[in-house]
Structure formats: C-alpha cells, structure tokens
Design a protein around this ligand. Structure first.
Ligand code: CA
Length: 509
C-alpha cells in the first residue's frame, strides 16, 4: 500500500485489467474490472478544513466523461504527512456507489492542527493523482485566501488558476457559478458539446466536462477549497423555486434536486453537513485559529423570489419603482439560516469575520434603478445582516462576493451615506463575458461608498490576513480567452483592524 505508484498501476491496469483485492469480492463490491480509461480523470480535491481534519473527494468516471458503468466500487485512500507518502498517517476504504455517481467523500479526523497533509485514492487497480490538504491551525499570524467565482467553460480558459496556485494560498474560496448551465452568448474558446443539462445525468456530464480542465484540477489538488453555489449551478437567476421559464415549481424542484445532487457529487463538501432532513445544507462556518471566522452562506436555496416579478418567474431585473424590494418579510437566507448566522456572529471571538457569499451586498444605485437579484432587492434582509455585523462581537467585518463579472471594492454603510460597518470585496469572473460598461459607468459617481470598480478584466482576489490588516490584491487576467494569459495586480486595498473600509495601497507586482 505504501508503494502505490500511479504510473505503473495505470500501465498495469490498462495492460491486464487488474482488479482489486479479493476481499472486496467477498463484500459484494466490484472487482476484476478492466479499465480502459483513468477512473481518476476528474482529479481529487479537499475541503472544509477543521483543527483535526478535512474532507477529501474524488469521483470515479468511465471513458469520455461518462458515468462508470459498474456497481459499488471499493476505493482505498491514504493520508500522509509528506508528499512522497513515506509517513502514512491514515488509510481506509470506502465504497463508491452508483447512487452517488461513484463519488467519494471521506471526512478525515484525528490529525494534527495547522499543517499540510497529502492524500490519494486507489480503485480499479489505478492510483489517483496526489492532492494536498491542510488542517486549520490553532493559532495563526497570517493566512492567504484566494477568492474566485463565475467560470464559464465556453467563454474562457481557466489560466487564472496558475497564478493562484503559484501564490500558494492556504484556502481557495469559490463563491458560486462554478458551472454555467447554458451556452455562452459571446465568443467561445471551446464548446460544451451538449445541450443544457436538466437532469442528473446531464449535470454529471457537465461537471465531468468542467473537470477535464487541467488548471481547474490542479487548483483543487493544490489547496483545500471552501465552496458555495450561486444560480448557474442550477439555472440562471433562479430563486428558491422561482425560475427563468416560470415552470411549475414542482417540476423545477426535480431539476433543482438533480443539480444539487450533482453539485455534491463533484465538490469537496462534508456529507455530514450536507445530508439534512430539510434538504441539502450548504451554509456553515469555518474557523481559522485565532485569526478569522468564515461564515459561508447559501443565498440561493432559501431566498424569496426577486421582487416585482410575476409569480414563479426567477429573473434579475433593473427596477426603479418596485417598493416591494423593501418588504421586511423578504429574505435572502431564509429564517433558519438567518438565525444561525445571527447566532454565529453574536458568538464571534476572532478579530476578522469574513463572510463568503454570492451576490453584491453594497447598494449600487444606477440611473435605471437597482438590480433585483442582488442584496439591493432584499434591502430588509440586508439591513438585518448589517445590524448583525455591527454587533460588538464582530470586530472587523469583511464580505466576499462574486456574480457580476467585475471587480468592486465597497465600504458598506449600515445606512446610506453613513459610515461603513463592513468592507466588501467583489471578485470578477475567473472566466466569462465581462460586465456591461454602459450599465455601470455611473456607479461610482452615484454611490460614494464604492471605492473601486474594474470592468475590464476577469480575475480573482488574493487576500492576506494578519491580526492587524487584511489586504486584498485584485488579480487581473490579461485575456481569459488567451490560454497563455498573464495575471497582474490591478489594484490593492487594505483594511486596518478596527477601521471598517478599504484603503487603496500600491498595486503588487
Ligand atoms: Ca450569479
């Protein structure tokens, strides 16, 4: 077991169709199958570090991104304290079941805090690539967090991940729109080669296609991810069960359930958190030593439909005369999640509270009004969030957002025109069509709390946290349609301990 060699095993498996150990057969598991393709072609991932562990992920796949045609398959895993697997600290076995698309999630516990570990899997006579995970530290004097969102496979190469991997982040945070369900409307660099997914098989193929991207796989193998979803993991602009074609909620709920299951099958999220009686639970909180708490929100599954839409219609619109956006009963998070967040924030003890979520929180008032899909369309819920972030227990509130394919730095006021209570960093898309310049050209002039907006680049945000400062480097991709794109610093902002709001500092190299 300690001498697993990926290359030799793939060659051997391909040549002879090696199966797994005999005792697997005794358990009624799949053995003796020859593998024509690498079952680990979708790569490996880790996520949600705790003090003593993390979750590791893989999904066994057949040829050409098709689901594996097999009953349950035994999968062995190894966790090592070194990248050459000389000091193995944990081994185990788990069955990859066709019911979950042969995906594997192992929640590893009992490890040492604050250090890297390496992991790999073995199944069907093949060894997986090696991934690197980390446990959360007990104490931390710094942390590096890469923040990404919105990646359209057809519109862009995911070359931004190379810059991200080179930066050696402790964590990669993905804020949603990990997949796009629908075809790109602008120029394409590659094709889905399939219609829009609407069922489980379709969404599975879609994720498999995404994970055929080598840069994306490398980013998953390099560091633990903390993920949440936005709308495109199911369908553009959906809100709870309101949807863009206004189909019957009962019909749409089946599509949504299929999309949610496929999401789980392809992401390093903990099954113990996910599988609740009330359905998938994605909101949770990650703690990082004595440095920061990261509440991760689900702003899609439980929200009210966008205001002033016809019944059943989920659609983001610009509105100027929709007083319903201020209705107090409207919710972004749903009552249960909102109460949980409030409780989490009241109990906060760490100096930095970094909220990882989907859509822009700061008000953006435009000549045509406000966008109903963002927190602007849920203003009472936003006021409740900002009240919670103003509590004494929350020393420094920072909000991470994505969704609008452009970079923004916002000083978020509790009341318009008032002092900021939080600082918001909005990451651009990792790859996709860029935000409309015409729509946002007057945004800064009309909204004094917007400190920066960058409408010209895809990219991501690289954050460095210390006890006294949080610095955000906006990393701009020269051209996401160029597979050899360069990534440079567009701007850099710092938040100082005890002083909400961003200060512009010199851009990094
Ligand atoms: Ca979105």
């Amino acid at each position: 077991m300690s001498n697993w060699s990926r290359r030799s095993l793939i060659i051997a498996a391909a040549a002879a169709g090696i199966g797994l150990a005999r005792h697997a057969a005794a358990q009624g598991l799949e053995t003796g199958r020859s593998v024509a393709a690498d079952p680990f072609a979708l790569g490996v991932a880790s996520g949600d570090p705790s003090l003593d562990g993390f979750v590791i992920w893989t999904r066994l796949i057949g040829s050409a991104g098709e689901a594996l045609d097999a009953p349950a398959v035994p999968v062995a895993y190894e966790i090592a304290a070194d990248d050459s697997f000389k000091r193995i600290v944990r081994t185990g076995r788990i069955a990859a079941s066709p019911r979950l698309g042969h995906s594997v999630h192992v929640e590893v516990a009992g490890l040492e805090p604050g250090r890297p570990y390496w992991y790999r899997f073995q199944a069907l006579g093949v060894v997986s690539p090696t991934g690197r995970a980390v446990t959360a530290p007990r104490r931390a004097v710094s942390a590096r967090i890469a923040v990404t969102a919105c990646q359209h496979y057809e519109s862009a190469w995911f070359s931004g991940y190379r810059d991200m991997i080179a930066a050696q982040p402790d964590l990669i945070v993905q804020l949603g729109d990990y997949i796009y369900e629908s075809a790109a409307t602008g120029a394409k660099v590659r094709s889905f080669g399939a219609p829009e997914p609407t069922d489980l098989a379709g969404y599975r193929r879609h994720y498999a296609l995404y994970k055929s991207d080598a840069d994306l796989r490398a980013a998953h193998a390099a560091a633990p991810w903390i993920v949440t979803w936005d709308d495109h993991e199911v369908q553009n602009d959906y809100a709870d069960l309101a949807n863009i074609r206004a189909v019957d909620p009962a019909v749409f709920s089946r599509r949504r359930a299929a999309a949610y299951q496929a999401y789980f099958e392809h992401m390093p999220v903990r099954p113990s958190r996910w599988a609740g009686p009330a359905g998938p639970r994605l909101y949770r909180s990650i703690g990082w030593g004595d440095l920061f708490t990261m509440p991760v929100l689900d702003g899609r599954q439980h929200r009210s439909g966008q205001a002033c839409n016809p019944e059943r219609l989920g659609l983001n619109r610009m509105v100027a005369d929709c007083s319903l956006i201020d209705a107090p009963e409207r919710t972004m998070l749903g009552a249960t999640q909102e109460a949980w967040l409030s409780q989490t924030l009241t109990a906060e003890r760490r100096p930095w509270t970094i909220i990882a979520q989907q859509t822009v929180v700061a008000p953006i008032s435009l000549p045509g009004g406000v966008m109903t899909d963002q927190w602007d369309g849920y203003s009472a819920a936003r006021a409740r969030l900002l009240t919670d972030l103003s509590r004494p227990a929350v020393r420094n509130a920072v909000i991470l957002s994505g969704d609008i394919h452009s970079f923004w730095v916002n000083d978020v006021p509790r009341d318009r025109g008032g002092p900021p209570v939080a600082t918001e960093f909005v990451t651009s898309c990792l790859g996709g069509s860029l935000a409309s310049k015409a729509r946002f050209s007057q945004a800064r002039a009309r909204n004094q709390h917007i400190r920066f907006n960058g409408l010209d680049n895809a990219g991501y945000v690289l954050i460095e946290v210390t006890p006294k400062t949080l610095t955000a480097d906006l990393r701009a991709i020269s051209d996401a349609a160029d597979p050899a794109a360069r990534v440079t610093s567009l701007a850099r902002f710092v938040v100082e301990d005890g002083r909400p709001g961003a200060k512009n500092v010199a851009a990094a190299s």
